[in-house]
Design a protein around this ligand. Structure first.
Ligand code: AMP
Length: 423
């Protein structure tokens, strides 16, 4: 079987790494990939959003299955396009992917089924939004409706910040069209948790729980990033929360999607706030999380390929998923300046050394090969995952691996999974 993985981050390297273990796969391609995927697949120079070029490549090379990593090709309708060309692809259609690409759409679905989430109002008129702010209890959370690279969510502690955020999003177009409509919602207190589910239109299978660390600096200081680390299982999750989650969130959501005649086939991952009243939905993501995937897949004992195929063919009910009982901790190494303007082109050393460590995986993100060496080529450069009997041992092992990697300006958080140990 020939597979194409679309994307170039740590998540895609982890997907390619896991799929590479599948006996049914003979050959793998990655578009555009990175220096890590190049070790297991042929990288193809096509960007993830160049849909016509991807279709051409898949036809010419007779690819049997395409797996989409990032959200933007989904929002652009890659799955619909592939389906119209009778090409097999893993991921939701454009209309199903609106759960992620439109926060207003997601809120409306949740409201229709009384799915627990923050109370919210939606606005397409900036004056109405500004007026609304006068009467709120702060803090509130202001969200651009559309995709904004994880940056379209602002916590406003007071009315002045709320107003300047509304002006920037709705009048000055800071997030382009994504911010022309907004959601203003209640700030929820609690701790966050990510639950990934494979959804086949009818049935779903939950993956293990995970947590990520979004802020750039230790103790959750500084701006949000794409994610600086993750661990699994989540320390704030248990069987009781899971049954509430299934009963109050997953089942009503799938019911609503069916009513709306939207078949969701792909990976659905609700970001949750675990509050004193149970789990509340913060957002829906319609693809694997990054860096949660780098923590989850090393724990997955089952072959990933049949699970992806069952998701497409709507027979997930015939599958169970086996997990390694051990915990996983993933630490992201970033370039100097990230998440702002960052530098690239720095040679990376220590990769071979870390590659030899048992139950440690090095997932590449912003890397490329130049003149025989691997150099930095993005903001988030590497994600190092270690397994251990407990979160604490996995954490110690992950940081031991991190200490062996060097590149100029490398920075990372020292407290990934630390709260999990302290709590
Ligand atoms: P989202 O893209 O909607 O998940 O938001 C990104 C991040 O903003 C979340 O992971 C939370 O850390 C934070 N956030 C979003 N919505 C809320 C909320 N209603 N209350 C508190 N924090 C939130």
């Amino acid at each position: 079987m020939k597979i194409l993985v679309i994307g170039s981050g740590g998540r895609e390297h982890a997907l390619a790494w896991k799929l590479n273990q599948s006996p049914a796969i003979d050959r793998m391609f990655c578009a555009p990939g990175n220096a890590g995927t190049a070790q297991l697949a042929d990288n193809v120079e096509i960007t993830a959003t160049d849909l016509p070029a991807l279709v051409r490549f898949v036809k010419q090379n007779k690819i049997d299955l395409t797996v989409v990593g990032p959200d933007d090709p989904l929002a652009l309708g890659i799955v619909d396009l592939f389906a119209s060309e009778k090409l097999r692809i893993f991921g939701p259609t454009k209309s199903a992917a609106r759960l992620e690409s439109s926060k207003i759409f997601a809120k409306e679905l949740m409201r229709a089924e009384t799915i627990p989430t923050a109370e919210a109002d939606t606005f397409s008129d900036s004056n109405e939004a500004l007026h609304h702010c006068e009467h709120l209890k702060f803090p509130v959370v202001i969200k651009a409706d559309g995709l904004a690279l994880g940056k379209g969510v602002i916590v406003a502690p007071d009315v002045a910040t709320a107003k300047s955020t509304i002006e920037a999003m709705m009048k000055e177009g800071r997030f382009g069209d994504a911010g022309r409509r907004i959601v203003i919602e209640q700030f929820l207190h609690g701790s966050e948790c990510s639950l990934h589910a494979l959804v086949d239109g009818e049935h779903y299978r939950l993956l293990e729980s995970a947590r990520d660390h979004k802020r750039i600096f230790d103790r959750d200081q500084g701006p949000n990033t794409g994610g600086m680390g993750a661990f699994s299982p989540a320390n704030n999750w248990n069987a009781q929360l899971q049954s509430q989650f299934e009963e109050k969130i997953m089942q009503p959501l799938l019911r609503r999607l069916r009513k709306e005649k939207i078949a969701f086939r792909g990976l659905l991952y609700p970001g949750l706030m675990v509050t004193s009243d149970g789990p509340r939905v913060l957002e829906f993501n319609c693809r694997f999380g990054d860096p949660e995937t780098q923590a989850l897949l090393p724990r997955l004992q089952s072959d990933l390929l049949p699970l992806l195929e069952a998701t497409i063919d709507s027979n997930l009910d015939q599958h169970t998923i086996k997990w390694d009982e051990r915990a996983a901790v993933t630490v992201v190494l970033a370039s100097a300046g990230y998440p702002g303007k960052y530098e690239t082109g720095q040679p990376i050393s220590g990769l071979e050394d870390v590659g030899k460590l048992e139950s440690v995986e090095v997932f590449h993100a912003g890397t490329r090969r130049a003149n025989g060496e691997i150099i930095t080529a993005g903001g988030r450069v590497l994600a190092l995952t270690a397994l251990g009997a407990t979160i604490e041992t996995a954490r110690i092992r992950a940081y031991e691996a991190v200490s062996r990697i060097h590149f100029e300006g490398c920075h990372y958080r020292r407290d990934i999974a630390l709260n999990a140990v302290a709590e």
